[in-house]
Design a protein around this ligand. Structure first.
Ligand code: BG6
Length: 487
């Protein structure tokens, strides 16, 4: 996409993990691709512990370059990318330092983007300091997750930021919304007539959405131990995926049409009765185990984690949507660290045929199922029954396969690259609106409260497995099982 709109992209937390692994590499890719970023666009990194621009460029060369481009670094593009980078040394604890930033930005053309790649406790102080030097005009602010710790703290941040920036200036990132396959889900649902008539309670028996990770908490033990999987993954990524799977067709793809429809789903989530939490939500914590042949330690022994921690590294939860399209259809959401595989997928289980003239095998599982694999290896697979060759009417499960890399060999874009370009170009559709975020917090809150007050340890699971047995038992009660348990 060609652009001539100039911008200044100000990166708070310029030496943080996110800047190093995601944000700067994504900006480099956009720069390298050519034509996506205006030539005059600049990146202004803000950090406290770095002396000056030369030292920051050294840091970028040492820490960011290794995270850039799977296909190797294009040295010419890298050098011209570095030319875009400027640096301002600011102590965020010292609001007067923001005059330095104001001076550095004065007289620049185009929009200002302030990316807060910092902890949420700094969001409000940074916004206030920006406003105190008049930098909240002609600007956009990007807030990383987690935004708050619960509904109350998220409201407090949104209220305070909302006094300084209008909602149209606020870009709340959920990087799952920037993933190519998630975009494709919209194309699949609303670009084809085939699925829509079946996409409802009359034909769908249950839906599973899984985001499984092999990684543990890595260097984020401290953060994670105060967060847990429900806040880290369910409140945002999984409920966003759910809302895209379940939403009504939007009137158009403009930002508010899509977000209005997602909001309707989030508001229709059946509230969980605290007395039922044991039946509809499972939480687990990994113990030592083996992943792909290597021994990995227990969560409780990871750096930064309290040895007696009750924080969950796994959640499985049953969700129901109270509307005409989905009433009575269970949606099973699941996420966990140190699971048997890294996979994110959506499984739509359609109902079996009501009567089989073809014998009992036509009523078996393994057919009437759509599996949308988000990562790795993006594919959409439709499982059907077919007759096995030979004598008699013996049926077998076969699938129609749509592997995206066979159709589209290039042009794939990482989530952060898409989202950063959207911020620079003022496209809000893939960012979470305040009301969506509130509805999601409201729904998870009874589970958070119950788990906090019950003070019971999460169910253990060995690293390298698919989580606690209770997650399987929950599906068994509905006469179904997780996809991998069928194979
Ligand atoms: C982040 C979570 O939002 O998403 C991490 O904070 C998690 O804990 C990550 O590992 C997963 O994202 P992806 O894109 O690797 O599936």
């Amino acid at each position: 996409m060609q652009t001539d709109s100039s911008f200044t992209f100000v990166l708070f937390g310029g030496t943080g993990d996110l800047s190093m692994r995601k944000i700067l590499p994504a900006l480099y890719e956009a720069h390298r691709a050519g034509g996506m970023l205006a030539d005059s666009g600049k990146i202004v990194a803000v950090a406290r512990h770095i002396a000056d621009r030369a030292a920051y460029i050294d840091w970028v060369n040492e820490h960011v370059k290794p995270h850039v481009s799977k296909n190797g670094v294009d040295e010419t593009a890298w050098a011209s990318f570095l030319d875009r980078i400027e640096f301002v040394k600011i102590d965020l604890g010292n609001p007067e330092d923001f005059t330095l930033l104001r001076d550095a930005l004065s007289g620049r053309p185009g929009i200002r983007v302030f990316y807060l790649a910092t902890g949420p406790s700094l969001f409000v102080p940074i916004c206030r300091a920006l406003a105190s030097v008049g930098l909240n005009e002609n600007s956009r602010i990007v807030l990383e997750k987690p935004l708050g710790y619960d509904l109350k703290s998220s409201n407090a941040i949104n209220d305070a930021v909302g006094e300084i920036f209008a909602e149209e200036q606020i870009y709340r990132i959920d990087h799952y919304l920037g993933k190519e396959p998630v975009q494709n889900l919209l194309a699949l649902r609303f670009g084809n007539v085939l699925f829509e008539p079946l996409w409802r309670r009359e034909w769908v028996e249950s839906i599973q959405i899984t985001i499984a990770e092999e990684l543990g908490v890595e260097a984020r033990g401290d953060f994670y131990d105060n967060t847990g999987a429900l806040r880290d993954m369910v409140q945002n990524h999984l409920l966003q995926l759910l809302s895209i799977v379940a939403m009504e067709p939007p009137h158009s793809m403009d930002s508010d049409s899509v977000r209005d429809e997602k909001l309707r789903v989030l508001r229709a989530l059946k509230p969980i009765d605290p007395r039922d939490i044991g039946k509809v939500a499972v939480r687990g914590q990994y113990h030592a185990g083996v992943i792909r042949g290597s021994a990995v330690p227990a969560y409780a022994t990871e750096p930064g984690v309290k040895p007696d921690s009750n924080t969950e590294t796994f959640v499985a939860v049953k969700v129901e949507i109270e509307n005409w399209r989905w009433a009575g259809v269970p949606f099973f959401l699941r996420t966990g660290k140190r699971l048997a595989d890294r996979v994110a997928e959506i499984v739509v289980n359609f109902r079996a045929v009501p009567h089989s003239a073809l014998g009992a095998s036509a009523l078996r599982g393994g057919a009437n199922r759509l599996v949308i694999r988000l990562q790795p290896n993006e594919t959409i697979r439709l499982y059907c029954l077919a007759k096995q060759p030979g004598e008699g009417m013996n049926l077998a499960s076969v699938h129609l396969d749509l592997a995206f890399d066979r159709f589209f060999r290039e042009g794939q874009m990482e989530a952060y690259q898409r989202l950063l370009l959207d911020v620079i170009n003022g496209r809000l559709a893939l960012f979470v609106r305040r009301d969506e975020q509130e509805a999601a917090w409201r729904w998870v809150e009874p589970i958070l409260n119950e788990w906090a007050t019950a003070n019971k340890p999460p169910k253990p699971y060995a690293a390298g497995t698919w989580g606690p047995a209770a997650a399987s038992a929950m599906l068994a009660q509905h006469g179904t099982c997780w996809l991998e348990e069928e194979n």
